[in-house]
Design a protein around this ligand. Structure first.
Ligand code: ZN
Length: 240
């Protein structure tokens, strides 16, 4: 099976369409949360994922957009975009987001948005945080999003090692326990504005990261039309 693993799409339909086209053919789509928030097309993104029968989990932005998390915990721009999202989304989008679990398991993978011990808020970006989360899931590997940074953290004996991953990079799955982050489709934050995605090949036991160009200006135009915060519009150009 070739599985497209996507995270933090954030209402960015052109970025989602671009990564799906780039990783075709694929047999399944897994998504790691933050389907909505920040971006201008939450309904369209959810409809596309629903059509793909995507397996996935709910992120902090998704929970806030459906009123299951207080928007006070977000910064001003994120909160403004969430209030816009909450007021705009269709009932079927709300239902789809509400039906997402916080954690999903498909052996040997656990899927969460943040971390296994705190799927809503914790960022798995360091060896120490990864190590502290090893006892919070029972599968060999854990797929995470939330940081918007493509990354592997692997356990080697008593050590945890972080490996930053770039376009075209592959990683062979083995005995090591891993935290695996595909990066963000809709709002990359590692200085590369291209949409990030990962392919999980279960036959070859291999991961591959991809960076994909998409029409950033088209998304920025839609965001401006919707009066979304300027800082959120500008950051897409820089991947920050
Ligand atoms: Zn996010």
């Amino acid at each position: 099976m070739r599985i497209a693993v996507l995270s933090d799409i954030h209402g960015n339909l052109p970025a989602l369409e671009a990564v799906l086209a780039a990783v075709t053919p694929y047999d399944a789509v897994w998504q790691l949360g933050d389907v909505v928030g920040y971006g201008p097309q939450p309904d369209e993104v959810v409809a596309r994922l629903a059509a793909e029968h995507a397996l996935g989990v709910r992120g902090n932005h998704d929970s806030a957009a459906i009123g299951q998390l207080d928007t006070d915990s977000f910064n001003d721009d994120a909160r403004t975009a969430l209030e816009w999202t909450a007021a705009r989304i269709a009932p079927q989008t709300r239902d789809w987001l509400g039906a997402l679990p916080l954690r999903s398991v498909d052996e040997p993978f656990t899927l969460v948005h943040g971390s296994p011990r705190d799927p809503t808020w914790e960022y798995v970006y360091s060896a120490s945080i990864a190590r502290a989360n090893l006892t919070a899931f029972t599968t060999r590997h854990c797929l995470v999003g939330h940081t918007h940074i493509p990354l592997v953290l692997r356990q080697r004996g008593a050590r945890m090692e972080g490996i930053r991953v770039t376009d075209g990079q592959t990683y062979a799955l083995g005995e090591d326990r891993l935290f695996i982050n595909p990066g963000s489709v809709g709002q990359p934050r590692d200085g590369d504005p291209r949409a990030s995605a990962m392919i999980l090949d279960t036959d070859a036991q291999r991961l591959e990261w991809r960076r994909v160009e998409y029409p950033v200006a088209q998304v920025q135009h839609l965001m401006a039309q919707s009066d979304l915060p300027q800082r959120l519009i500008t950051r897409l150009e820089f991947g920050l």
